[in-house]
Design a protein around this ligand. Structure first.
Ligand code: 4AD
Ligand code: MG
Length: 430
């Protein structure tokens, strides 16, 4: 046996069928219990904990191994009398140990709680806490289901540049930097590219970071976050709403089937499976807010306090549709029979905005006019607008904030809990 010995089993592969087999397992030492002649060591790998039984006459030095060291061992699987365990490993050989230095910055077993800031400072260690790693298993599974559902709906996955020469969402919150003596920006979204790509590819999606230079220090804003963007030709915004609803329902079903979430402990995601996501128009929201005493006028944006009020009476998933056009970006289409309004939607969960989307304006002259109204220079968008002369069909799409969806799926209050290495106005490391 050498350091190059291959691991034969993960923790969750050790069951009654492996009793009597010699196995090699690896992981991190979570606990050592010394009861005299016998030492019990708990080793955890990504799939769970395993108990190793050590005869002190053979390996008395085992009790000196610092907790959280990585260890590769071999041994014989035997049935276990320990509570909750069917099998354990009788140690035969310690192949390698890479000791952990103490004191560790945080306790990754979670027995001693640390603040989210301290945990992120030591994220690689924090992830050994199974409650933390589970969030990222959920995230990975959600991404898998998103890709499958969109691909089943004939969407093609694309990758568009994140270093760009002009704004995609308007001017205000762009990160800019020196690019070989020119000014370049970090993409706020793939909005313009995805609209161009439907000219030939028909339906596209991208899962990629957005960058927003917003000095928002809240539990739901980051300066770099992941979005799931979709765009489709010959489709209106209601069809986009249906596709996103199907995607979210598939995610919840699959997370439930794979025991990653327990919907009985999360009423918000349980209720979304039971019926169609309800739809409120912007106008209905204003009426509801006014009747609850909120001072807001038809045409005003829904402020944080308005959204929190709405969230109290609508704690689950709901769409807000038909927003005033002036509140929406330049690429959104007006409502045909009421040009004050637009063919747009947001998907909310309580107060939290999860998705923005809509039918796009496909008439380039109307886009130029709206750019001007919003104080943007149509000239800077000429590269984009020229493509509208090549047979731009009616089209619609949306952007889903993946990190916010993860907050909902994992019942987390802080977006930093569901992002491995969050970036906010204060944090640039690790
Ligand atoms: O609402 P946004 O700005 O919409 C767009 O960028 C459009 N291009 C989408 C479209 O296709 N029409 O951003 C989309 C979503 C939001 O609904 C929200 O979930 C998330 O991205 N989001 C943020 N997530 C974390 N931190 C931030 N600072 C966010 N800003 C938006
Ligand atoms: Mg939005």
């Amino acid at each position: 046996m050498t350091i190059n010995s291959k691991r034969s089993h993960y923790s969750n592969q050790l069951d009654e069928k492996t009793i009597g087999k010699h196995v090699t397992v690896g992981g991190w030492v979570e606990d050592i219990r010394d009861i005299g002649k016998i030492i019990f060591m708990i080793i955890r790998d990504i799939t769970g904990p395993m108990q190793v039984v050590i005869n002190q006459d053979d390996f008395s030095q085992a009790r000196e191994i610092p907790r959280q060291s990585s260890i590769l061992i071999s041994g014989l699987v035997q049935s276990s009398k320990a509570k909750g365990k069917r099998v354990e490993i009788k140690l035969e050989n310690i192949i390698s140990i890479f000791p952990a230095q103490h004191p560790l910055p945080i306790d990754p077993t979670g027995r001693v709680e640390s603040s989210i800031d301290k945990r992120i400072d030591s994220r690689a260690l924090d992830l050994r806490n199974p409650q933390v790693s589970k969030v990222f298993l959920i995230r990975s599974k959600a991404l898998e289901v998103i890709r499958r559902t969109l691909s089943d709906n004939h969407f093609i996955e694309v990758n568009t540049p994140k270093i760009i020469g002009s704004a995609s969402e308007g001017g205000s919150n762009l990160f800019s930097f020196d690019y070989f003596k020119k000014i370049a920006f970090l993409a706020q979204s793939p909005q313009l590219y995805k609209e161009q790509l439907i000219l030939a590819l028909d339906r596209v999606f991208e899962i990629a970071p957005y960058f927003r230079a917003e000095n928002s220090n809240t539990v739901r804003h980051l300066t770099e976050f992941q979005s799931v963007d979709i765009e489709a030709a010959f489709v209106d915004y209601h069809e986009i709403m249906d596709i996103m609803e199907e995607t979210i329902k598939n995610i919840i079903k699959e997370l439930t089937n794979s025991n990653l979430v327990n919907i009985d402990k999360n009423e918000t995601i349980k209720s979304v499976l039971q019926s169609k996501i309800p739809e409120l128009t912007y106008k209905e929201c204003i009426q509801e807010l006014n009747s609850n005493g909120e001072k807001i006028e038809y045409g005003d944006d829904l402020s944080d306090s308005s959204l929190r009020k709405l969230g109290q009476s609508h704690p689950g998933f709901y769409f807000i549709t038909e927003w005033p056009l002036k509140l929406k970006p330049f690429y959104i289409h007006e409502k045909e029979d009421d040009e004050f309004l637009s063919n747009s939607f947001d998907l909310q969960v309580g107060y939290l905005e999860l998705i923005s989307g809509g039918t796009r304006q496909h008439n380039p002259n109307k886009i130029r006019k709206r750019l001007q109204e919003q104080g943007l220079n149509p000239q800077s968008f000429s590269e984009h607008l020229k493509t509208f002369e090549w047979g731009m069909p009616p089209h619609s799409g949306c952007g889903l904030g993946l990190d916010r969806l993860l907050m909902v799926l994992t019942n987390s209050i802080n977006i930093r809990d569901v992002v491995l290495y969050p970036r906010d106005p204060i944090r640039l490391t690790p």
